[in-house]
Write a protein of this length. Sequence first.
Length: 179
Amino acid sequence: MRKLNIGLSDEARQGVTELLNHDLADAYLLLIKTKKYHWDVVGPQFRSLHQLWEEHYEALTINIDKLAERVRTLGGYPIGTAEGFLKYASIKEHIGDLPLATQMVSRLVDDHEQIIRNLREHINQCDEQYKDQGTADFLTGLMEQHEEMAWMLRSFIEGESLSPDGQKPEAKTATASHA
């Protein structure tokens, strides 16, 4: 392979590639979970969650490809095996259980939030440690997408706990105690 001369040292490119492979592994596991929940969800919220998760897994699929291509752009090789994904991922599988729809949503929120925290750290490392503003910018875009997905999922859970007057039960109780 021809030596890359893009203004980043070999060490910086290797460090960034390592970060990207961790992000790729998390994205792949999240894709698997999202698809699994898309297939298995039941109950009165089936249709809305089924459609939402289809939108999410389609976006995740595109992002996975972009992550792998970013690794290749930097001269590295993306991980691409189940063993590699499990080794590199920070999110965990939930083997052998089939939660209710609200717990599915809650688990996906937790996973998106974990990925967001990781991406924030990786953005800082890319920018400050490795001086790779291109990857920092790329990861910022991914982080914003995960923030939006997490918000949509959190909104679903929060909607489940609203009282008939549209207020959260704990807010209603606090207001009543001041009366």
